[in-house]
Ligand binder design. Structure first.
Ligand code: CO
Length: 171
């Protein structure tokens, strides 16, 4: 079932999410709903808090080398932890909770992480490229943080001005 995506500046997005304790049917329904919701908005990542569920879960589904987004590449991440981060890289990020706004964000280039899959199986993984960037972006959501909080003071001011204008226009 598709769910509604919460958008900035809704305070729910600032909430810290909690660890998932049971890898049960409810979790599977949540993850399935998140996938449906994300794909319907052409997103590549979505955290549970973005659909008003404050649990440590997110999904990432990057396009493959033929630029196709296929479900076989979907990664479901539960209760993630960083083990190590290395290097730095800048990428123009977007977010389904801040539609149609994109800006450059500096993040670690390489990460080593640990998380659980939907069945409660522990996964150890190393990521670089867009996967590492998306993983860090989604982990920030679980901490109640958005990528616009990483912008410089002036860029943030400019964003707030543009966003206010946009919100007014949509009313
Ligand atoms: Co986001």
């Amino acid at each position: 079932m598709q769910r509604e995506i919460i958008t900035y500046p809704n305070k729910i997005l600032k909430q810290k999410s909690k660890d998932i304790e049971s890898f049960d049917k409810d979790l599977h329904t949540l993850l399935d709903d998140m996938y449906e919701t994300m794909v319907s908005k052409n997103g590549i990542g979505l955290a549970a808090i973005q659909i008003n569920v404050p649990l440590n879960a997110f999904i990432i589904n990057l396009p493959n080398k033929n630029d196709e987004q296929i479900k076989e590449d979907l990664v479901e991440i539960i209760n993630p932890k960083f083990i190590e981060k290395k290097g730095s890289t800048i990428y123009t990020e977007g977010c389904l909770s801040i539609p149609e706004y994109y800006d450059d964000v500096d993040r670690a280039e390489w990460i080593e992480v640990e998380y659980f899959d939907r069945y409660g199986k522990k996964v150890l993984a190393q990521y670089d490229g867009l996967m590492a960037i998306a993983f860090q972006h989604e982990c920030d959501h679980l901490l109640g943080e958005l990528f616009i909080e990483k912008l410089s003071f002036l860029k943030r001011k400019k964003f707030e001005k543009e966003w206010k204008k946009k919100l007014k226009g949509s009313k």
